[in-house]
Design a protein around this ligand. Structure first.
Ligand code: ATP
Ligand code: MG
Length: 917
């Protein structure tokens, strides 16, 4: 082979450098959890981040781009999960190298450059490569891509018989049901006849797109030139785009002369670690059973590291459930390597070492990712082994049925009780040649969802918002003033949006104004409260929310009423000031936490209200008390310096360039608001020490926050901590209360405030000592049970022979003693057992009308069949009672003290009878 041998890192950088030399700008990979796109769970192609450009919604800031995109193909249109482990070139996570033209060059350059890179730069033998182009589609009225067909032989050295036409399935690329699309040209490599995995399959021929692993696709060049409209028509686009994608892992296998992607330097360090940790060997031999487990775990850990780093966390729905499913599959395969304790998390640093040069974020957050994975593994581990057993039973039952299908009920039980995702059950079923009744499973899932829905309380107003077109409210005043003049547009009640009628009294409605200074709940900050009034009426606003661009003031008429079109005054409650203080303090807190704990701190959620602030953030370990004190003092220093707070509205890209912190998964528009601390005017925003994407309300200067204190720090889930803190008057109230408590303690204890702690400590020690003394005193007062028991021992009947020829005599100690606490009576029985060595003891005593019978039997006699529980059960009815216990010690209660002696006599009789046998 004449081609170059390159490491994956060299391949990535030579790809990027090659296209840079052709005038392309490097654009970093977008996060694997798409920031702007709720329609996509995970990035699955390099083009995702450029989608709006193709759709004409956004203009590109460069004409040629190159990138290495983190991709996940585990859900939706592109799902390669089933192939993972079974073949050696489909992964759930992979890197897609790509180059783009935004209405700049087109097919000729795209083809020429791809060929140049593959054959000239990397030196892959042209004879191993084939190219495909679009053959046209009659139904769609799409012509054959003659242009591409011709270009292949014109601008490259490819042999004409290696340029092949394929139909829509293979060579017409579409983003979805509608949207930009176009014909594509794929480059496939021939890995040689040995690599065919369909040898001997009747009718199989090794050809491009022939379904075997001899020919695999390396690179797809898509020529976006149409737009498919909602009604299915294809319209030519005004502009033409090139969108290409090449799998790094596949190219690495080719250039490193490996038969499998797993044998490249992208996977081997992970595979070697798995081998070290499990003691199993990876053989790279087809058909080896444990190899598959290695591949699945090595694949899945990369997915987990990248997805969790970019903000996905295991949960029961959406993205989180995809992550959970992947992790649970990996855990199940870990069992095949004999691993029953969490171990997958230990591979996180290995993946980070392999890939952090290209994606620094995975190293920064590696500790956090490990913590999340470990805790998830431990949780699932608790039910996994039992689940595997349950599955085994279900599979055996299924194997006996004609349909060879695991029932929906079994699959649901595995899901609901043992945490088995459906696809895991399916995978395990497939391994045994079984199917799963997914229809019944879905029915059961739906029933469960309905139960959950019914249990959820519905908000009568929210329902009404759903289908109505609501007016847009102008609400920029919220940043500038606490009151404003407005006009009533209408209101929402449980029936929908209204502009006629009168607002009903005593009913919660949502008032809609033309403009407002009320802040609608968003980004963790609570909605404002306040009043809206006119000469004719007064409305109390209890909360403010937003639906689309309509601000809804929720509350009730307190006096009179309003008509649509009426002028009103909107006045926000003074609580707003407290909320502002808490919001700015939250920004300070995030900054200080990153300063003290490092960049792995990232916001997971927050609550900002007038009463307190709460901030949830990722952090692998609990911060120490000292670190928290440092955080507090950093925040306080800034507050004391009374620095200014300012904000600007700028394009998203510009804000990202400034390094402003954004929230993972949050949807931001093209224009974003950035709040900066520490600079006087918006011109200096880039110098601000804290910069966050934020739509909330803030103080003008830090001094007005008036103080800061963390009152609680706790863990809320694996790797996620929560801080609760106070500022302003809530903090003053808190200190006031604390000081009142100290004051009253100081008076009560008659010591100065500084001495309260010492005094309380002293009192607690004294208290402990007294309690101990009291216990001792209690034991020595009253009748002396021990002495009475001693007497019974001296006077008791002793029998020989209970041990055959053994010299040991057995004491039958039966008698009444004075009333005693039950613990003491038990101690007496224990003492008698010890002293007599071999004994059957029955003590009875009365406390008023209450009788207690206590029986003890030494082990040697228990072995002979004498059981304390049996004795007590027989004699208890004599004193009108009942009871039982262990063979060595049993107890009964009764109500007839006059019969104690009878009961004891009977006991002696039973014992002797039993021992005589
Ligand atoms: P295939 O037919 O092999 O599944 P594809 O047609 O789904 O590939 P594209 O969507 O065109 O692939 O993606 C572009 C490139 O990304 C492919 O040429 C291939 O090199 C790589 N690629 C696609 N899917 C995967 C995957 N699951 N794992 C690794 N690389 C992949
Ligand atoms: Mg595919």
């Amino acid at each position: 082979m004449k081609h170059k041998v390159l490491s994956a890192a060299q391949i990535r950088s030579s790809f990027i450098d090659f296209f840079k030399s052709k005038g392309h700008e490097f654009i970093p990979s977008s996060p694997i959890v798409p920031i702007n796109d709720q329609s996509l769970l995970f990035a699955n192609a390099g083009m995702n981040q450029f989608k709006d450009i193709f759709l004409g919604l956004e203009s590109p800031h460069c004409r040629r781009a190159v990138n290495s995109q983190k991709c996940l193909r585990v859900s939706g249109k592109h799902n390669d999960l089933e192939e993972v482990g079974k073949d050696t070139y489909h992964h759930t996570f992979f890197e897609m190298l790509g180059n783009w033209s935004f209405d700049d060059y087109f097919k000729a350059e795209a083809i020429e450059w791809a060929w140049e890179l593959l054959t000239d730069v990397w030196g892959i033998e042209p004879g191993r490569l084939s190219a495909t182009f679009f053959a046209g589609d009659k139904a769609d009225g799409l012509p054959r891509d003659e242009e591409a067909a011709k270009l292949w032989t014109k601008v490259t050295s490819i042999a004409a018989d290696r340029v092949l036409a394929f139909g829509r399935k293979d060579n017409f690329w579409e983003m979805g049901d509608a949207g930009p699309c176009g014909p594509c040209s794929e480059i496939h490599i021939d890995l040689g006849p040995d690599m065919c995995d369909k040898k001997g399959v009747p009718g199989h021929k090794c050809v491009v797109n022939g379904g075997c692993s001899r020919f695999i696709e390396l690179w797809n060049l898509v020529f976006i030139q149409y737009n498919r409209t909602e009604d299915g028509k294809l319209l030519p686009l005004g502009a033409k785009y090139v969108d290409t994608g090449a799998g790094l892992e596949r190219i690495a296998a080719v250039l490193q002369n490996k038969k499998s992607n797993y044998n490249t330097d992208l996977f081997m360090p992970v595979i070697e670690s798995i081998s070290r940790l499990t003691g199993h060997k990876y053989t790279s031999k087809p058909g080896n059973k444990t190899d598959n487990a290695f591949r699945v775990i090595a694949d899945h850990i990369r997915t987990l590291v990248f997805a969790i780093t970019d903000g996905a966390t295991p949960s029961n729905e959406g993205r989180g459930y995809v992550i959970r499913r992947i992790l649970r599959r990996a855990s199940r395969f870990a069992r095949e390597l004999g691993m029953h304790e969490p171990f997958i998390y230990r591979l996180v640093p290995v993946v980070a070492d392999c890939l952090s040069d290209a994606f620094g974020e995975i190293k920064e957050r590696a500790d956090y990712v490990s913590t999340v994975i470990e805790s998830e593994e431990a949780n699932f581990g608790r039910t996994l082994d039992r689940g595997i057993e349950i599955f085994g039973d279900a599979a055996e039952r299924a194997a006996q049925t004609t349909k060879k299908t695991i029932s929906g009920d079994d699959a649901f039980q595995l899901y609901d009780t043992y945490g088995f995702p459906l696809d895991l059950t399916q995978l395990m079923a497939k391994e045994r040649g079984l199917k799963v009744d997914t229809i019944k499973f879905e029915e059961l899932m739906e029933e469960q969802r309905q139960r959950a829905r019914a249990a959820q309380k519905s908000d009568s107003l929210t329902g009404a918002f759903a289908d109505v077109e609501l007016p847009v409210t102008e609400d920029t005043t919220k940043y500038l003033a606490d009151n404003c003049d407005s006009v009533i547009i209408g209101w929402i009640d449980s029936e929908g949006f209204k502009t006629e009628d009168r607002i009903p009294a005593d009913t919660e409605v949502g008032l809609v104004l033309d403009k407002t200074c009320f802040y609608a709940e968003a980004g963790g900050q609570v909605g404002d409260c306040g009043i809206i009034q006119s000469d004719g009426g007064k409305f109390i606003v209890e909360n403010t929310t937003k639906v689309a661009s309509c601000v809804i003031h929720k509350g009730k008429m307190a006096e009179g009423t309003f008509d649509s079109g009426e002028k009103v005054r909107a006045i926000v409650s003074k609580d707003r000031h407290a909320t502002k203080k808490n919001h700015t303090a939250t920004h300070l807190l995030q900054w200080a936490l990153q300063d003290v704990l490092g960049k792995s701190v990232s916001q997971q959620g927050s609550y900002v209200g007038p009463d307190y602030l709460r901030f949830d953030f990722t952090c692998p370990k609990a911060p120490t008390a000292e670190q928290l004190r440092k955080v507090e003092s950093l925040v306080r220093e800034k507050i004391a310096a009374d620095l200014p707070v300012t904000w600007v509205v700028i394009p998203k890209e510009q804000a990202q360039k400034l390094g402003a912190m954004a929230l993972f998964g949050e949807k931001y528009r093209n224009e974003v608001r950035v709040v900066g601390i520490g600079v006087e005017s918006e011109n200096g925003i880039s110098e601000a020490f804290s910069k966050e994407f934020c739509g909330g309300t803030h103080v003008g200067r830090l001094g007005s926050i008036g103080g800061f204190k963390i009152i609680k720090e706790e863990s809320i889930s694996a790797g996620v901590r929560r801080i609760t803190a106070l500022t302003g008057s809530a903090l003053t109230d808190y200190f006031e209360k604390a000081s009142d408590i100290v004051e009253s303690l100081s008076q009560m204890l008659k010591v100065p405030a500084e001495a309260v702690t010492n005094r309380v400590e002293q009192l607690l020690t004294e208290n402990k000592k007294l309690a101990k003394e009291l216990k001792v005193a209690g034991t020595s007062s009253g009748p002396d049970t021990m002495a009475e028991a001693q007497v019974l021992l001296q006077q008791c009947e002793k029998i020989n022979g209970a041990h055959g020829f053994d010299k040991l005599t057995t004491s039958i100690i039966v008698g009444q003693i004075s009333n005693a606490p039950i613990e003491r009576a038990r101690e007496a029985v224990d003492m008698l057992k010890k002293k007599a060595k071999s004994a059957a003891i029955v003590l009875g005593f009365a406390d008023g009308d209450k009788v207690t019978l206590l029986t003890g039997v030494t082990d040697d006699l228990v072995k002979k069949g004498l059981k304390a529980g049996d004795v007590v059960r027989i004699i208890a009815p004599i004193v009108d009672g009942g009871g039982g216990g262990r063979p060595q010690m049993a107890q009964a209660g009764g109500k007839n003290p006059s019969k104690i002696q009878d009961a004891l006599a009977k006991a002696a009789e039973i014992i002797k009878e039993k021992l005589a046998k």
